[in-house]
Write a protein that binds this ligand. Structure first.
Ligand code: GLP
Length: 242
């Protein structure tokens, strides 16, 4: 595991974009595993700038997103489809047909999870998986549990996640209670993983994830077992690390 400590959020975004750029340049038809949340927004801005400057070409890139709220249509401004479209896809030359996000409007969980697993499999797996970190250690929407869930599944969001994400909705009651998420095995099968973390409020959970026991109670702790993880985190997020 390589850890890059950055000065601040801007610096984190630039360095994370360097890792993604290297992937896209060295394998133009790579599969990117994409994440939502406020943390990667700056990274995506950097990628857009590089595309606009002529330094990056996404025309052959394929993508799979980690997760989606169950029950939100694509055009809901809090759906992860909408997030990806507005924060990245609309401003780069990725072919929308090559982008994949779980379908939040499919009510049959087994059907949607099965479909999404097959999509990922048909792409030959993920070359570079980008991850943010939830305050409770979740990755994607893999919430703290008794066991690591392997494949795409439907999760009941924890109160702490609903609380953390309510800032984006009119009220906590509007936050969906369930989501579809890629499972831990699929995340761990990515050839390379890039974890981006920013802010003092993530310092304790980042320390637990990187240095604590490997447990499904801290889903991100499983990353300690992956042999190609790059952590790009700012000083504040790394402030509790020795
Ligand atoms: C969300 C997403 C995660 C994200 C995390 C942290 O609920 N499902 O993929 O990494 O929470 O979000 P943020 O970066 O806004 O702190």
């Amino acid at each position: 595991m390589r850890i890059y400590k950055t000065k601040d959020y801007e610096d984190m975004s630039r360095k994370a974009a360097n890792v993604i750029s290297a992937q896209v340049i060295t394998k133009p038809d790579c599969v990117l595993g994409l994440a939502t949340g406020s943390t990667p927004i700056g990274t995506y801005k950097q990628l857009i700038e590089r595309y606009q400057n002529g330094d990056l070409d996404f025309s052959e890139v394929k993508s799979v997103n980690l997760d989606e709220y169950k029950g939100l249509p694509k055009d809901h401004d809090q759906s992860y489809y909408y997030f990806m479209y507005t924060n990245l896809f609309k401003d780069i030359n990725i072919d929308l047909d090559n982008t994949n996000i779980p379908n939040g409007m499919e009510p049959d969980s087994d059907k949607e999870c099965d479909r999404y697993n097959k999509v990922i499999e048909s792409m030959g797996g993920v070359d570079l998986q980008i991850l943010g970190l939830g305050h409770n250690g979740h990755i994607g929407f893999n919430e703290p549990e008794e066991v690591f869930e392997k494949l795409t599944h439907c999760v009941d969001l924890t109160e702490s996640t609903i609380e953390a994400n309510k800032r984006f909705f009119a009220s906590a009651d509007d936050v969906p209670r369930q989501a579809y998420t890629m499972g831990i095995k699929t995340i761990m099968q990515a050839k390379k993983i890039l974890l981006v973390v920013s802010g003092e409020d993530k310092a304790a959970i980042l320390r637990d994830a990187l240095c604590g026991p490997i447990t499904p109670q801290v889903p991100a702790s499983i990353l300690q077992l992956h042999n190609d993880v790059i952590v790009v985190a700012d000083e504040a997020a790394l402030s509790l690390m020795d």
